[in-house]
Design a protein around this ligand. Structure first.
Ligand SMILES: *Cc1c(COP(=O)(O)O)cnc(C)c1O
Length: 405
């Protein structure tokens, strides 16, 4: 039971302080209860809380949209993604992206409806988002509801050509779109691949007119070291999904950004071409006010410097952890550090290792939540040297626990 939170700390009802080393499931960027974001929320709540977002608009939504278009333009190319569609979560902004891609092809008259995905990916827990994610224990019971997709193998080092060949084959066959988590697959196990591979995949898609969807729900807002992961590859996707850190992690809000081509395909006096998607809380004004405050923090405060410092501190931690027996595949993508504990065959997510690790970290006052035998740190950028050092040490010490079992 947590009563309050501040910066990278959670405070429990029984008086303990816990370091939030995973940003409360990857959402908190500048720290909990950021004064500027909290003030914006409080202020907005007293003026305009919620407004129907069909036929009507409000200043916070206008400001978020304009701010995002300019910031994303700086990152991936001015004017590349000039349109913003609001929704409420990572899953829904992915659903919106898929609907935009399918709508694009439906309205331009070419029959393309096959969706390509990357092996081991995760895009959310609604039906469409599950359909484009890895199939497994989490969604086996719902398999009858999931649609068929083309799965492109993960580009393991040395096996990139197999990825390119599979993608080329599927693109040639006339796929509608390819949805990817750029540079790092999160829930799939913190699997990292280099910017060049991302650039090559985007190039293959572009050559065949296949729409490229970057799901930056986790990677956005500095996690990979830059505002967007895509900017490291120098690519401009046709569609970008953003959520988690959009409000700094304070309120649920998501956006799907689209190119002019996608917008134009839906812009018509023919009502059948309308982009049909709306939900009650679309562009909720309080959530938009939080996002505006987040954008202002990015513009006016040394956010990028804080991210660079965290990247360097994680690199030092990674170097230490790489020397620890019982730990393998120590890897880093920007502010994210991940590693695997060496375990015997057959130990998957549902083995008893994960709960034991969870308890081990909890006893040390750390919120670190392993994915099976993979542990990772994805802290708020404000985490102190001391707290981060404690996290690195706990990751090292947990190797003993794994060995002893
Ligand atoms: C978390 C996540 C989602 C889903 O976001 P929710 O807000 O939990 O629905 C989608 N894509 C990626 C890459 C994610 O990490």
């Amino acid at each position: 039971m947590v009563t309050h939170a501040q910066g990278a700390s959670l405070f429990t009802a029984d008086g303990q302080r816990v370091v939030d080393a995973i940003s409360s499931w990857w959402v908190t960027t500048h720290g909990h209860a950021h004064p500027r974001i909290a003030a914006a929320i409080a202020d907005q709540a007293t003026r305009l809380d919620q407004l129907i977002f069909a036929g009507w608009t409000h200043q916070p939504a206008q400001d978020v949209a304009a701010g995002l278009v300019s910031m994303v333009g700086e990152a991936v190319g001015e004017g590349a993604l000039p349109y913003v569609f609001f929704s409420d979560s990572g899953s829904t902004c992915v659903e919106v992206a898929l609907k935009m891609a399918l709508g694009f092809w439906a309205h331009t008259g070419e029959k393309r409806d096959r969706v390509l995905v990357m092996q081991h990916s995760y895009h959310g827990d609604t039906i469409g988002a599950m359909s484009v994610g890895e199939r497994g224990v989490y969604n086996a019971a719902y398999a009858p509801l999931l649609f068929d997709v083309g799965v492109i193998p993960f580009p393991h080092p040395g096996a990139e050509q197999a990825t390119y060949d599979a993608l080329e084959r599927e693109c040639r066959a006339g796929a509608a779109c390819f949805i990817v988590e750029p540079l790092i697959l999160g829930a799939g196990g913190m699997l990292i691949y280099p910017p060049q591979v991302l650039a090559d995949m985007a190039r293959i898609c572009a050559a065949h007119g296949v729409l490229f969807i970057a799901d930056e729900v986790m990677t956005g807002w500095g996690r990979t070291g830059t505002f967007l992961a895509c900017e490291q590859a120098g690519i401009a996707p046709d569609i970008i999904c953003l959520a988690k850190g959009l409000t700094g992690g304070a309120m649920p809000l998501a956006v799907t950004l689209a190119s002019s081509a996608i917008y134009d395909a839906h812009y018509s006096t023919d009502r059948a071409k309308t982009f049909f998607h709306s939900s009650s809380y679309t562009a909720n004004a309080i959530a938009c006010a939080a996002a505006c405050a987040n954008l202002a923090i990015w513009r006016e405060e040394p956010v990028r410097e804080g991210i660079a410092s965290l990247c360097a501190r994680q690199a030092a931690g990674a170097e230490m952890l790489a020397q620890v027996a019982g730990i393998e595949n120590v890897r880093q993508c920007g502010t994210i550090l991940a590693l695997d504990y060496v375990v015997g065959a057959g130990a998957g997510y549902l083995s008893n290792l994960q709960p034991r690790l969870l308890a081990f970290f909890r006893e040390r006052g750390l919120l670190i939540r392993p994915l099976g035998n993979t542990a990772y740190l994805m802290p708020p950028y404000c985490i102190s040297d001391e707290d981060l050092g404690r996290c690195h040490q706990a990751l090292a010490d947990a190797a003993g626990l794994v060995q002893a079992r």
